[in-house]
Design a protein around this ligand. Structure first.
Ligand SMILES: [Ca+2]
Length: 290
């Protein structure tokens, strides 16, 4: 009976070993088959469309009184009014269609005022205390052109009296080649003494990663070194005790080797332990049989 159990155990271990190389071949980071569906490449999908696309993909951030609602999300905007270009209005409409519960009909509105095409409703808010920036510059109106991969931030002010909320944005520059170390720079949009818009470093802001505060605080140049502790796409933002920030949003892709190395190392150790166990079982089995 004991021999039988030992034999079964040995067979299970052997079966485990036979499976290991297959799973090891699909380690994270290894190229895998691209499962993305491309309608234009599907002969059954209808006629291929080679015309200039009447869409643009734009990165959108929407914040309401200091809280991120849409954080650096790619949004595909359509030329809704058919004028051959995409403006901020069309992007924000598309962002609400994609992310606001009940869509743009419920959460978004714009209209022509003395100031041009203006925001009437943002994320369901009709206070009129709105600001928006295109590629980190104050836009003339919602009718400003956007480009492919432009960045738009629209927000509802926290400070509805003094409008002191500081629009700011985060940038990440890789340091070295480990893929996980970055210099973060937080820049705010301010005004000089002549009310000319200027960029200013934001000092003393705490960096957050996926919504959690870190112990990283920006220096007088608005900079801090960030070493990612995990791979994947991380959402970086910042908060400040000194001033009200429009929360910045940066999705940072970390492709470091940390996780992969650990995984290979663990797989190696497990393989070695399994092989030793099998050898031991086989020896014991032979000895008992003989
Ligand atoms: Ca248009």
């Amino acid at each position: 009976m004991k021999k039988g159990i030992a034999l079964i155990a040995a067979l299970i271990l052997l079966a485990g070993l036979a499976v290991l190389p297959a799973s090891a071949a699909e380690l994270p980071g290894e190229p895998v088959a691209d499962a993305t569906y491309y309608p234009d490449e599907d002969p059954d999908f209808g006629e291929p469309d080679w015309e200039e696309p009447s869409q643009k993909e734009v990165y959108v951030t929407i914040a309401v009184k200091g809280t991120l609602k849409v954080a650096d999300e790619p949004v595909m905007a359509d030329d809704l009014n058919g004028d051959g270009r995409i403006n901020i209005d069309e992007v924000l409409f598309a962002a609400h269609e994609a992310f606001f519960v009940d869509g743009a009909e419920a959460g978004y509105a714009s209209g022509v005022t003395d100031y041009g095409l203006s925001l009437k409703k943002l994320w369901g808010d009709t206070s009129g205390n709105f600001g928006y920036y295109l590629d980190h510059s104050s836009a003339m109106s919602l009718d400003d052109d956007v480009q492919e991969a432009s960045e738009i931030t629209a927000f509802v002010y926290s400070d509805a009296v003094g409008f002191s909320d500081l629009y700011c944005w985060l940038m990440a520059e890789p340091v070295g080649d480990d893929g996980k170390t970055f210099t973060l720079t937080l820049t705010g949009s301010g005004f000089d003494e002549f009310w000319v818009p200027v960029s200013v470093p934001v000092e003393g802001a705490v960096i957050t990663v996926n919504g959690k505060k870190t112990d990283l605080v920006t220096n007088e140049e608005g900079q801090v070194t960030f070493v990612a502790e995990e791979t994947g796409v991380l959402l970086l933002s910042a908060v400040s005790g000194d001033q009200t920030l429009v929360p910045p949003a940066l999705r940072l892709t970390v492709e470091g080797e940390v996780t992969n190395n650990l995984f290979s190392w663990l797989t190696g150790i497990i393989s070695a332990v399994l092989m030793t166990a099998v050898a031991l079982f086989l020896t014991l089995f032979k000895r008992n049989a003989g």
